[in-house]
Design a protein around this ligand. Structure first.
Ligand code: ZN
Length: 86
């Protein structure tokens, strides 16, 4: 593990404690923290998780799709008005 902490000592968890000291438990998993400080396996959202995904409403593709549909509707309305006017 490099670049995560300044002193970069991966031999212990080293999380800051309320008491001012450092956690000295051995790291449990890949991120160098012990099981009490976020090191447990499976902690955190997995890659590509959609727990906070709101039907894709704000996604780039959804916005483009809405713009396309709105343009199509505008086109339809304009065509209808042209028929009405003549
Ligand atoms: Zn710890």
């Amino acid at each position: 593990m490099t670049g995560r902490r300044g002193d970069d000592d991966a031999s212990c968890c080293d999380a800051r404690l309320k008491t001012g000291g450092r956690c000295e438990r051995p790291p449990a998993a890949g991120n160098g923290r012990c099981f009490q400080h976020g090191g447990a396996r499976g902690v955190g959202a997995p890659q590509g998780n959609r727990n906070n995904w709101r039907d894709g409403f704000y996604s780039r593709a959804a916005k483009a799709e809405r713009r396309r549909i709105n343009g199509f509707i505008r086109e339809c309305l304009r065509t209808l008005r042209e028929f009405d006017g003549s």
